[in-house]
Design a protein around this ligand. Structure first.
Ligand SMILES: [Fe+2]
Length: 238
């Protein structure tokens, strides 16, 4: 007799909150958005369990993007910190959070970045850390510059930091971009505006945080991140 296995599942993406695959103002979505309706696959054991990352894989300075080279990078040093929470507001502990970003001049340390701005030999622009028991994370980095892209005439990306959260399992992985308050480029940035609800867009903007700002050293910004929560109703699979 065939044995039935009951597996917990994770809540699916919120289609009202997340940007659509096709957003015509963001030109490259016109070629890469799926043309057919998506096929929703059931979560299997692989998605609802691993991968799990241990502390031993994270280097001591992985969270400090200003100390990964001989000298200090140029630009405005900042502290970026916050908490990772699940859809029910509970801290997501011991989870991998990764960031990547342009340098202070708006250039990525990447071969395909041809923006005629200087590379910084002391800045790679990638960091990672593991959240603590309260779901907290903390990075030291440099405020990224705006950079041009060819989406539309005179198009510039709002300053942003890319963020990846693994969450408790691969099915909960979230990749997003974090923005800075008061950026004058928001109104013409179709990636930012592809999140259609202004309230939801606001959730991608960090807040200046004087309480964590270190005198004579660095401004702090606070950014909490919410992953989807664990669905109470288990899925069934055969
Ligand atoms: Fe970017």
């Amino acid at each position: 007799m065939k044995q039935r296995i009951h597996l917990p599942g994770y809540r699916r993406d919120d289609v009202e909150v997340d940007p659509p695959y096709l957003y015509p103002d963001y030109a490259s979505t016109q070629t890469r958005a799926p043309k057919q309706p998506l096929v929703i696959l059931p979560h299997t054991l692989t998605e609802v369990t691993g991968p799990v990352y241990g502390h031993d894989r994270i280097g001591e300075l992985d969270h400090d993007l200003t100390r990964q080279h001989e000298g200090e990078p140029l630009g405005e040093r900042i502290i970026l910190h916050g908490r990772v929470l699940d859809g029910d507001g509970r801290p997501v502990r011991n989870t991998l959070i990764e960031i990547w970003q342009a340098n202070a001049a708006g250039r990525y340390h990447h071969v395909v970045d041809r923006h005629p701005a200087p590379l910084d030999p002391n800045f790679t622009g990638a960091g990672r850390c593991i959240t603590d028991d309260e779901g907290r994370y903390r990075f030291i980095t440099i405020k990224p510059g705006a950079y041009p892209w060819k989406n539309h005439p005179n198009a510039w990306r709002s300053a942003h930091i890319h963020v990846s959260l693994l969450g408790p399992a691969f099915a909960t992985r979230l990749v997003t971009q974090m923005y800075f308050p008061g950026d004058p480029l928001f109104y013409q940035d179709p990636i930012f505006n592809s999140v259609r609800d202004p309230e939801h867009r606001g959730l991608m903007i960090c807040e200046f945080d004087l309480s964590e700002t270190v005198p004579e050293w660095a401004l702090a910004y606070h950014f909490d991140i919410y992953l989807r929560g664990r669905e109470a109703t288990p899925m069934e699979s055969e």
